[in-house]
Design a protein around this ligand. Sequence first.
Ligand SMILES: *Cc1c(COP(=O)(O)O)cnc(C)c1O
Length: 222
Amino acid sequence: MSIPQNILEIRKHIPSHVKLVCVSKFHPNETVLEAYQYGERVFGESKVQELCGKFETLPKDISWHFIGHLQTNKIKFIVPFVELIHGVDSYKLLEEINKQALKAGKTVNCLLQIHIAKEDTKFGFSEEELLQTLSEGKWKELSGINICGLMGMATYTDNRDQIRAEFKGLKALLDQVKKLYFSDMASFCELSMGMSDDYQLAIEEGSTLVRIGSSIFGHREY
Ligand SMILES: *Cc1c(COP(=O)(O)O)cnc(C)c1O
């Protein structure tokens, strides 16, 4: 199927309160533009260099999300233009983003990544680490950071019940920390979960941001 047909099909399953992040990593500009011309404006990338290259050369009304694992020495390259960083997985990274944000005179929107999968390969805070970090309160002094919610990736498995349970757990954690630490912050409301194979489950469990790549753009050549 063509990219417009894929988007049309996916959009049928996405309610209006859920944002679609078109994950364009490893696809060339011409491919990204097909989705852009069909009306999509939010794109996700997982490599800093690739993101910066696409930002330079593609239309300026694109909202760029960083969804990969961010290295501290590369933060400064994306801070000037990035709309949302999904995968902040340590307090140290949050501090470094804050530093670059203040230098650039900006506030950077971030999501804290939570390790919800039963796999070692994925990044993120454990539930305990998140609660510990938030209770220490130092994050409140990071005036260059706007924590907008949580992000997670489910286990890579065919077991739908397990995936659903992981998403449900993440939603419960979001609600818990919202109540404890962000009740007066309206912007703390985002839950980034769901990819090509599990986004419908994720939406049923409360996702507000789905990150979809291969179902839109097809297979990636790494
Ligand atoms: C690549 C990637 C996606 C998109 O995955 P698809 O299965 O192609 O939809 C979503 N989220 C993250 C963090 C990714 O790295």
